[in-house]
Design a protein around this ligand. Structure first.
Ligand code: NAP
Length: 512
């Protein structure tokens, strides 16, 4: 069955997009179905298996692997949390989570039954010794299987979980640990957390998840940069005018106020997701697509970010708080930022003078994450005023929603009527173009852990280097008492965020 060609995108701001032109059979399934590589049998222990992350992300990801036929029959997924429950009760809870979070069109009764058959449950309190012997007895049944410990619990528990994994001798040779953000609240606390993990697991068995790195578009950024001859020669300050990275959420703090108020947008989003994306854009080509080669290059970027201190923090950053935050939090006062915009710079030969504008926030107009590479204008306009304005090229990598890539180009307005120019996107929405479902980031990352591939996970030194840049920024905010400026929910943050970029003669990329 030939795949459908990508549909033309609805007109954007009155402009007609053009579809990627491709030979007739390019969209044929022969080329485009993803190849599924089965994995060896493994035991996955999810500490915090009754929590939000497990319900919304991990169980649906495992369901999709079962649907794809990637899980061997002997796989065991062992849920662990304090709640007393039998395996049958856990299976019922897992069924309900999967039915809630997997679209009905993707649900198959036989697949769901097979997945539920892999599940076990052991009540374990990671802060005490309760339940650990039972967990050990279960794991002892498969001493040679790859063993993954997924810490889907509060980060305060990471140290104690690792200690008990060791004390109960569960840290066999093939054991690895997955930890979720946030890793610390500062360099000092990140080091403490990393030390506690390192006392049990060597770095090559530690998987620090930043789920943004598991997104298709992020991996496509690597493919675009390093599997095409076209972009890399332009990927420098001679040709790139600036870069924008936006991670916008439409929702407020919802039920997460307790955690969020102690963190804020800078720690919650910039320290990890936005800096990781910046690194992938700015890094030098690694010699190999190998975990350490890639992470070495990212680390070099983090180490050469222009420091932000009291002297320049007002000029280079904006803090904001959405109106209604205090009511959502149920507090009379809080200075926590729910929005941040930063003008960052990578002090290297390649990027000298190229600003990287970062912004993220809650209660923004829509959920949207994207990276925009904005190229320099053409040096000379041969067409004259009647042809219209020549808008500089932009490469837009959309992470969510609708993962895809758009390359904004100038073309001639089709048809008669002389030479008039139009700015249009070459649009490739992955899901449409390839006729395949975009896997959730957790799907990719979970099996990378089983395969022992750390490329898309943060190494300890990266996490700590990111804090080395963030800590002085926070200290500068505190020293200068930089306020969190109020902004209306549904707006793009305080007007100061527009000014941050507009005083450089640039604008945030905001497609309708
Ligand atoms: N939710 C997300 O989308 C998301 C996104 C990014 C990162 N994260 C990170 O992922 C982790 C989990 O987040 P979450 O949202 O799933 O949290 P959550 O909904 O609060 O769930 C926490 C889980 O930990 C278990 N737990 C708590 N204390 C325990 C103990 N002493 N022993 C054993 N289990 C214990 C809880 O079950 P019992 O109460 O039954 O023990 C529950 O299953 C956190 O580190 C969070 O920062 C979450």
């Amino acid at each position: 069955m030939p795949r459908r060609r990508p549909a033309l995108e609805p007109a954007v701001r009155g402009q007609n997009p053009i579809a990627w032109s491709a030979p007739g059979d390019l969209y044929n399934s022969r080329f485009m179905t993803s190849r599924l590589i089965p994995v060896e049998a493994f035991d996955l222990v999810v500490f915090g298996a009754t929590g939000d992350l497990a319900r919304r992300k991990l169980l649906p990801a495992l369901y999709h692997h079962e649907l794809n036929g990637q899980l061997p029959a002997s796989v065991r997924i062992i849920g662990a949390a304090r709640k007393p429950m039998t395996t049958d009760e856990f299976r019922r809870a897992a069924r309900s989570a999967i039915e809630t979070h997997v679209p009905a069109s993707e649900l198959r009764a036989d697949t769901l039954e097979r997945l539920l058959g892999h599940l076990r449950y052991v009540p374990v309190d990671v802060a005490t010794n309760a339940g650990w012997s039972e967990l050990r007895a279960l794991l002892d049944a498969a001493p040679n299987a790859t063993r993954v410990f997924y810490l889907a619990t509060s980060p305060q528990l990471f140290g104690t979980v690792c200690e008990r994994i060791q004390a109960f001798e569960l840290d066999v040779e093939a054991a690895r640990v997955v930890v979720e953000k946030p890793i610390g609240k500062s360099l000092a606390s990140a080091r403490l957390a990393n030390d506690a993990i390192a006392r049990v697991f060597p770095e090559d068995r530690v998987y620090r998840i930043d789920h943004y790195l598991g997104k298709e578009t992020v991996q496509n950024l690597l493919a675009l940069r390093f599997a095409n001859a076209l972009f890399e020669p332009l990927w420098n300050s001679d040709h790139v005018d600036h870069v924008q990275i936006t991670v916008a959420e439409a929702i407020g703090i919802e039920e997460r106020g307790g955690y969020y108020d102690g963190a804020g947008a800078l720690r919650d989003m910039v320290q990890n997701h936005l800096l990781q994306l910046l690194c992938l854009v700015a890094m030098e080509p690694p010699a190999l697509m190998d975990a350490d080669a890639v992470r070495d290059e990212k680390l070099k970027v983090l180490k050469v970010l222009r420091p932000i201190a009291s002297s320049n923090v007002g000029e280079l950053s904006v803090r904001g708080q959405y109106q209604g935050y205090l009511a959502d939090l149920g507090a009379a006062m809080s200075d926590t930022e729910t929005f941040v915009a930063i003008k960052a710079e990578v002090l290297t030969w390649r990027w000298a003078g190229v600003p990287f504008y970062l912004r993220t926030g809650k209660c923004l107009p829509r959920r949207m994450s994207e990276i925009v590479i904005s190229f320099r204008p053409v040096p000379h306009n041969i067409f004259g005023a009647a042809a219209g304005t020549i808008v500089p090229n932009r490469l837009v990598l959309r992470l969510q929603p609708d993962e895809g890539v758009k390359l904004w180009l100038m073309i001639k307005d089709p048809g008669p009527g002389g030479m008039r120019l139009q700015h249009v996107p070459l649009d490739m929405s992955f899901a449409e173009a390839f006729g395949v479902r975009n896997p959730d980031a957790y799907e990719r990352l979970l099996l990378d852990v089983v395969r022992g591939n750390q490329t898309l996970f943060m190494r300890r030194d990266e996490v700590e280097a990111a804090w080395m840049w963030i800590d002085p920024l926070i200290a500068a905010w505190q020293a200068t008492r930089q306020p969190a400026l109020p902004y209306a929910p549904g707006s793009w943050g305080p007007s100061a965020a527009q000014e941050l970029i507009e005083r450089d003669g640039r604008h945030w990329h905001e497609e309708a």
